[in-house]
Design a protein around this ligand. Structure first.
Ligand code: NIG
Ligand code: FE
Length: 410
């Protein structure tokens, strides 16, 4: 089955060569073909180019779709989500409106522990159905590859249940899924007075089983003030390294916690959140190969400061953006809105935001060789927009549904 998409107003992010992780000023440019065509054959990109150069071979036996006025660019690689959860938390939304902070809600036993209570009572099958539904919403919103974390189980049995749900999503999803083991998301009530005991449970009981069943591509720790210390994070990351599981960690959301430096030390693929990032942290990340992943949806929803993405890019770092889709701090599947926030609130240009959500997002979950660009020979994974005046209009018109179609393959 071959399809030719023709008369595309602008094709962005198409390349005949692989594109490496984009750092600093490299993030500000993207390949653009005006008045373009794109050929897809059996789910793979076959060719692309200027309409003036389209040949009979391109059109042979092909269905033709007219994309006049429309833009085509790579599907989003959403490298940080928590979409496996058992129920929404709008009670806390109301608490926040009344003035309670994220940390205050967590201290009252709400937050992540609230989600853990609910998840423990929910069957694997029900959890799978709810999560698949959310995953479909992500794909409709233009996501073509996604990372999903555990972290609402907080016991061996329930963490494994979450990871098995993610494995089922991997098998049945139309997009590539990467799984991350995040038992170190919060301290469960049973370990309120024995935090190191919970870390021991993760290291001695959970991790060996997760590794034995091959349930996790990555390991994560919420390394931040009031959550896991740098020392506890080190214990978990060292244990994971013995199984060859690389970290992607939550760091510096609530304070300059040392999480970024810990991520760099343990060769994390990415450090994520980063609302509290200063010159020291930027210097630690520079040249480390660790992607700085910012999550503007969480800062927006919690009314917290945004990560200094502009300073990071100006400082030469590779920056990715992700949705952080979760019930507590970012209940939204929309990567389009994330792009708008990245530009409006973090001063990333529309092209920087696109690169952060595609090329760099793919690298931030170990998929940079397969996703993030439109390239002949790779799986066809792209977004076709509704007619728009320019690419910048996509983020500018921030509540308009501008996605006409999402083509995904894995
Ligand atoms: O990335 N910061 C830690 N974890 C999630 C929030 C989880 C929750 O509140 O349920 C985050 O924002
Ligand atoms: Fe998160």
């Amino acid at each position: 089955m071959r399809t030719v998409y023709k008369n595309i107003k602008q094709l962005l992010g198409a390349s005949r060569e692989p594109v490496g992780l984009l750092e600093g000023s490299e993030m500000g440019t993207v390949s653009v073909v005006d008045n373009a065509f794109l050929v897809v054959s059996d789910g793979e990109v076959e060719n692309f180019g200027d309409m003036a150069g389209i040949s009979d071979a391109d059109l042979l036996d092909a269905a033709v779709e007219d994309c006049s006025g429309m833009f085509v660019f790579p599907a989003f690689a959403d490298s940080h989500t928590h979409i496996v959860y058992a129920g929404s938390r709008e009670r806390e939304y109301e608490d926040k409106i009344r003035g309670l902070s994220y940390v205050e809600i967590a201290k009252r036993g709400g937050g992540i522990l609230n989600s853990a209570d609910l998840l423990r009572r929910t069957s694997e099958d029900d959890l799978f159905e709810m999560s698949l539904e959310r995953l479909m919403r992500c794909v409709e919103g233009g996501t073509g590859a996604i990372e999903i974390k555990s972290g609402y189980g907080l016991s061996t049995e329930s963490e494994l249940k979450m990871l098995r749900v993610i494995r089922r999503l991997k098998e049945s999803a139309t997009v590539a899924v990467r799984s991350t083991f995040l038992a170190a998301h919060a301290f469960p009530r049973e370990y309120a007075g024995n935090h190191d005991g919970y870390v021991s449970l993760i290291v001695n009981e959970m991790l060996p089983e997760v590794a034995r069943e091959g349930l996790a591509d990555f390991v994560d720790v919420f390394c931040d003030e009031g959550f896991f210390t740098v020392g506890q994070t080190g214990r978990i990351l060292e244990a994971a390294a013995k199984y060859g599981i690389r970290p992607k960690i939550h760091a510096n959301e609530l304070a300059c916690s040392g999480g970024i430096q810990a991520g760099v030390e343990y060769k994390a693929l990415s450090v994520d959140h980063l609302e509290h990032t200063g010159d020291e942290e930027i210097a630690a990340l520079k040249g480390s190969g660790t992607v700085a992943t910012v999550l503007p949806g969480a800062a927006f929803f919690l009314g917290m400061p945004y990560a200094p993405a502009r300073r990071m890019i100006d400082g030469g770092l590779p920056v990715a953006v992700a949705s952080d889709y979760n019930p507590g701090s970012s209940p939204s599947a929309s990567m389009k809105f994330v792009l708008s926030l990245a530009s409006i609130k973090m001063r990333m240009s529309p092209v920087e935001a696109l690169n952060a959500a595609t090329v760099n997002g793919a690298y931030a979950m170990g998929l940079g060789d397969e996703y993030g660009i439109i390239m002949p020979g790779r799986k066809a994974n792209f977004i076709i927009t509704k007619p728009m005046p320019s690419f910048a209009y996509f983020g500018y018109s921030y509540t308009e549904n501008l996605i006409e179609k999402v083509i995904v393959n894995k």
